[in-house]
Structure formats: C-alpha cells, structure tokens
Design a binder for this molecule. Structure first.
Ligand SMILES: N[C@@H](CCC(=O)N[C@@H](CS)C(=O)NCC(=O)O)C(=O)O
Length: 225
C-alpha cells in the first residue's frame, strides 16, 4: 500500500470484455498486481449477442456507457487510464513518467491500431499500419535497450500497451504489414509472459474471432458501399 492512498477494496469487479483493448489493460493490471477480481462480461455494443441485456448496474454507474468500469467497495470508476492509476497507485504508486508514457501510448498507438482493423480500404489500412509501426518505433526508443518502459519493473505503461501486443497476430491478419522493431517484439514477449500477460493473452480462438469479426465488417461495408 502507498502512504496516503486508500487501499483498493477487493474483490474488484471489472465490467469489461476480452475484445475491448481498454478492458484488456485493466484485466492485465488486476492480474499482474494480484488483486482479487471478477469479470462481469459486458460486450461492446457491436459485439452483443441478440437478446443481450446490459446490466442495470453498469448503465447506472458508467458515465459514458463504455467499458471498462470497475467497482471496488461501493465505488465505481470508468476509463482505462484513471483505473490503471487507481490500481497501480494503491500498490506502490505511479510516477508522472509512467502516467505520461501511458497517455502517450493511448494517443500514438491506439488510434492507428483501431484504424487498422476498422479500415475498409487498402489505402487507409496502409496508412494506419504505417502510423502504428511509427508508434512502435517510439516504444523501441523509449525502451532504449532496457527491459521495461520505466525503471526496473513493469508498470502502468506496460498495462497501457499490452492490448496492442495481445492482438498483434490478429492485426497482422488484418493488414498491419509494417515491420516491428526487434526490441518491441521482445518487450511484447516479456509482457505476455507476466502473470497479467498470461491472463490478458488471447487464445487462438479469440484471435480468429477478432479477425473474423473485422473481415465480416469489411465485407459488409464493401457490399453496401
Ligand atoms: N477512453 C475509454 C475508451 C473506452 C471505450 O472506447 N470502450 C468501448 C469498447 S472497446 C465502448 O465501451 N464503447 C461503447 C459501446 O460499445 O457501446 C477508456 O480508455 O477506457
């Protein structure tokens, strides 16, 4: 526990879903930091099966009706980066540098990553692929030959980036063709071998489901447009 920071009340409930990269950040952190937690599956709107009923509790407490949201004790918190700050903050703290890198990853890598799989024409997919490769080059720079982004341990900066690593194989299948620096590939392997990484990692079936969903999305767009 960190002085002055209220301990997180366990078990934590995560309202989230494996296909949501922001939820993956939070589940990585919960498992990595050894919190007791449960996942309450709330698929994103586009992935909801017919007849799915969104939990009242989620609708009542999620200000934007977005996953992830956590409940700890009687309190609710939404938005992945503030949630990471809370979870890491209560276990050893977060430095301004860790927060800054997590925000930089959010701003530089997530847009291009989403751009790759939501891309519907080759030109846009290629642009998003190049922008994602650029962001990962920035990750290699930040690593600067070290094992972790900040200091000697994985931090919230790793948690912010892990969803990119989790879906790398799927991104490859959906048009992410640019090269990834060796240092980043090794960092990805290191992150996914952590306790949090093993929980966050996708199975082959999830990787295929992700690719299938976006291949179908593209085919529908092509047919309608
Ligand atoms: N800034 C938010 C973004 C969260 C977000 O975009 N979540 C998506 C799912 S991946 C969502 O819940 N969208 C609303 C919906 O699907 O109805 C965060 O970092 O947590």
């Amino acid at each position: 526990m960190t002085a002055g920071v209220a301990p997180v009340v366990e078990p934590v409930a995560l309202f989230g879903h494996w296909i949501c990269p922001y939820s993956v950040r939070v589940e990585f952190a919960l498992a990595q930091l050894g919190y007791a937690y449960e996942v309450i599956d709330v698929p994103p709107t586009a992935a909801r099966p017919k007849g799915y009923v969104v939990p009242e509790e989620f609708l009542a407490h999620s200000p934007r009706h977005e996953i992830p949201m956590i409940r700890e004790g009687g309190r609710y918190l939404a938005d992945s980066l503030p949630i990471l700050e809370r979870l890491y903050g209560a276990r050893g703290g977060c430095t301004p540098e860790q927060v800054e890198i997590a925000r930089w990853i959010d701003a530089s890598a997530f847009g291009p990553m989403v751009g790759v799989y939501y891309g519907t024409d080759a030109g846009r997919i290629a642009d998003a692929s190049a922008a994602l490769a650029d962001a990962l080059l920035g990750v290699a720079d930040r690593l600067g030959g070290r094992a972790w982004l900040v200091g000697r341990e994985p931090t919230m900066a790793e948690a912010a980036l892990v969803p990119v690593y989790v879906r790398l194989e799927g991104l490859r299948a959906l048009g992410f063709t640019d090269p990834v620096p060796e240092a980043v590939i090794e960092h990805a392997e290191r992150c996914l071998a952590l306790p949090g990484g093993r929980v966050a990692a996708w199975s082959e079936a999830q990787q295929s489901e992700f690719v299938r969903r976006f291949t179908t999305f593209r085919a529908r767009r092509a047919a309608s447009g």
